[in-house]
Ligand binder design. Structure first.
Ligand SMILES: Nc1ncnc2c1ncn2[C@@H]1O[C@H](COP(=O)(O)OP(=O)(O)OP(=O)(O)O)[C@@H](O)[C@H]1O
Ligand SMILES: [Mg+2]
Length: 88
């Protein structure tokens, strides 16, 4: 559910141009770290600070803005941690 959500976001951000999504899983001491990255346009600057808030959506027809909020609530409920990084 979480992975599907984030992968779908990446695909939507490619906007028919296609791109590359990389998922890596790494065992750290007390954690399993799952990274999902893409080479799309990056997170729009206007929403970077509110990325995990509900109803924050940008440049998308019919987006609810709930995807990342739900992903965070699932990770939080399992005692995990979710962060977003932008390199563009
Ligand atoms: N991988 C990504 N690359 C670029 N922008 C992204 C990426 N993931 C999310 N975003 C941006 O963050 C916003 C919020 O994402 P979120 O999944 O919460 O909502 P949504 O995708 O707009 O709506 P829904 O998930 O209901 O379809 C998106 O509208 C998009 O602008
Ligand atoms: Mg989404």
């Amino acid at each position: 559910m979480v992975v599907q959500n984030l992968v779908t976001n990446a695909v939507e951000a490619f906007d028919a141009g296609g791109g590359r999504i990389e998922i890596t899983v790494e065992q750290l001491s007390d954690w399993v770290q799952v990274k999902i990255s893409d080479n799309g346009p990056g997170i729009p600057e206007e929403i970077r600070d509110r990325f995990f808030e509900a109803f924050v959506t940008q440049e998308k027809q019919g987006g609810t803005g709930l995807g990342t909020a739900i992903a965070k609530s699932i990770i939080d409920a399992h005692g995990g941690q979710i962060i977003v990084k932008n390199f563009k």
